[in-house]
Design a binder for this molecule. Structure first.
Ligand code: HEM
Length: 506
């Protein structure tokens, strides 16, 4: 035990108690803060509400305290927004005021203090990064250019699963193969490259490092040091590991992908039509023009690795799990594909627009099993007003998008997985956010630009799996376990399920 450290921390705590009491007395008199549990000095509400601030815990707090509530987590103010009207206010009407991001101590490390795009505050740097990323990643042209690759990648998954006799008998963890598919879908766009084998050592390193990054960042284990700065010295070990993972990962992106691409591009920067070949060529051109620096380039690669690959993979995994657990819905989807395209005619991106039930299955998956249920935390740089309350500057603002889409006051039997709702009573609701009850990708300035890629990839992948296989739980199991694992703002399935995939014969 480091007694000096403990002594310092205790002294710090005492000073913080006194300071917090004085400040809260002074502030409380002036401000009309949102309701919430009564905080105690220094710890605020942390000891009452605990570490796991997941979408369900926050929804039950909203039922007690209302559509806007304030949690004092040590020194951090956390504002939770739980109604469509107030979500509109945060994401749209006051989109500039609430358009920044907070970073906790760990995200600070992984984003180099906000040199990336996802976690940077609203301002010139964010605008520039978003503009530079739009042409190479987020346009219909990119979809048109890459959709055949996505179809090929999904076909390769189908072939591999068909070729594995275990898949049809005891089952396989489909997620593993789908993960390589998602890497290939994104690495083709980014670097014009792909991985052939799951045991490719570079792929294994990349996957392991990205996995570590997610685990370390989404964990609740470091909350105490983030909420209560005097306890931060106890986080030293954790933060050192984060820094090592970050450095190794960024170096891997640089040495094996960005520098490789630079070498190739210096001899042959364009294709036959004189076009730059892949996303990183565009990003490197922005660097050459002096618009961004080398670190920014690497943090763009970092952002895509996390924001694009995992979110889409989690959503595919959730969709498949729900279809296994609802065989009648799975069969209805298969019938739609067989009827509209003809048995064995493989789903392509343009076909997905002709398959309303497939679209409804995807929307329902994103509603019930939202991959980013609290959106990425927003933040107000200045003092602001929301729903008649004062929101102190630099509050972390969580929009509980999952609760907006699962609140029985607004949805019929929301706990049911029922895609039909999106063809019946909710037929007008789109994933792009035309209704503030349903914002799985956010809305407005900080909304997900990747929706344009995510929806077709989900359609192609889920469509192809269902048309080529009967997907079932493993022998002796009636249903898949769909327990959730939440993180700082992520939601994925707790156990990666083994799934039996019985090939269909056409
Ligand atoms: C099913 C898959 C996906 C889901 C559910 C999802 C969801 C989200 C959500 C909820 C946000 C935050 C919105 C907000 O804070 O208001 C977000 C931000 C973002 N997403 Fe996605 N996303 C997905 C796929 C993708 C893909 C494929 C890409 C890139 C190719 C991507 C890139 C980004 C970026 C760069 C941001 C940050 C935007 C900003 O801060 O300005 N996402 N996403």
């Amino acid at each position: 035990m480091d007694f000096q450290l403990v002594e310092k921390a205790l002294l710090g705590l005492f000073a913080a108690v006194v300071a917090a009491t004085v400040v809260s007395k002074l502030r409380g008199r002036r401000l009309r803060l949102p309701p919430g549990p009564i905080p105690v000095p220094v710890f605020g509400n942390w000891l009452q509400v605990g570490d796991d601030l997941n979408h369900r815990t926050l929804a039950s707090l909203a039922r007690r305290f209302g559509d806007v509530l304030l949690l004092r987590m040590g020194q951090r103010n956390l504002v939770v927004v739980s109604s469509p009207e107030l979500a509109r206010e945060v994401l749209h009407t006051q989109g500039v005021e609430f358009g920044s991001r907070t970073r906790n101590v760990v995200f600070d490390i992984f984003t180099g203090g906000g040199q990336d795009m996802v976690f940077t505050v609203y301002g010139d740097h964010w605008r520039k990064m978003r503009r530079i990323m739009t042409v190479p990643f987020f346009t219909n042209k990119v979809v048109a250019q890459y959709r055949r690759h996505w179809e090929d990648e999904a076909a390769a998954v189908v072939d591999d699963v068909r070729a594995d006799p275990a898949a049809a008998r005891e089952g396989v963890v489909l997620r593993r193969r789908l993960q390589m598919m998602m890497y290939n879908n994104m690495y083709r766009i980014m670097f014009d490259t792909r991985f052939d084998r799951m045991d490719d050592p570079l792929f294994e390193r990349l996957r392991a490092l990205n996995g570590e990054r997610s685990r370390l960042a989404q964990s609740f284990d470091y909350n105490y040091g983030d909420f209560i700065p005097v306890l931060r010295p106890f986080l030293r070990g954790y933060l050192r590991i984060c820094k090592e993972v970050k450095d190794t990962r960024i170096k891997l992106f640089k040495d094996y992908f960005v520098d490789e691409r630079k070498k190739l591009a210096s001899t042959n920067p364009t294709d036959n039509a004189g076009q730059l070949r892949c996303a990183i060529d565009h990003i490197l051109e922005a660097e050459r023009k002096g618009e961004i620096n080398e670190d920014n380039v690497l943090y763009i690669v970092e952002n895509i690795n996390v924001a694009a690959i995992e979110t889409t993979l989690w959503s595919i995994e959730w969709g498949i799990a729900e279809l296994v657990n609802h065989p009648e819905i799975q069969q209805k989807l298969r019938n739609e594909i067989d009827t509209v395209l003809g048995p064995g005619v493989q789903v392509t991106e343009p076909d997905t627009h002709k398959l309303p039930y497939l679209q409804a299955v995807i929307k329902e998956t994103l509603r019930l099993r939202m991959a980013i249920p609290l959106l990425v935390p927003h933040m107000n740089l200045q003092d602001a007003k929301l729903g008649g309350y004062d929101i102190p500057a630099e509050s972390r603002v969580l929009v509980n998008a999952w609760w907006l889409a699962n609140n029985p006051a607004h949805w019929k039997n929301p706990e049911e997985f029922r895609p039909e709702r999106f063809l019946e009573e909710e037929a007008k609701v789109e994933a792009s956010g035309n209704d503030f009850r349903y914002v799985p990708f956010g809305v407005g300035r900080r909304s997900c630009p990747g929706i344009i890629l995510a929806l077709p990839i989900l359609g192609i992948t889920i469509g192809r799996l269902v048309q080529n296989f009967e997907l079932l739980p493993p022998p002796g199991q009636a249903k898949l376990d769909t327990s959730e694992k939440g993180g700082q703002f992520s939601l994925h399935i707790l156990k990666h399920s083994t799934i039996v995939a019985k090939p269909r014969v056409f």
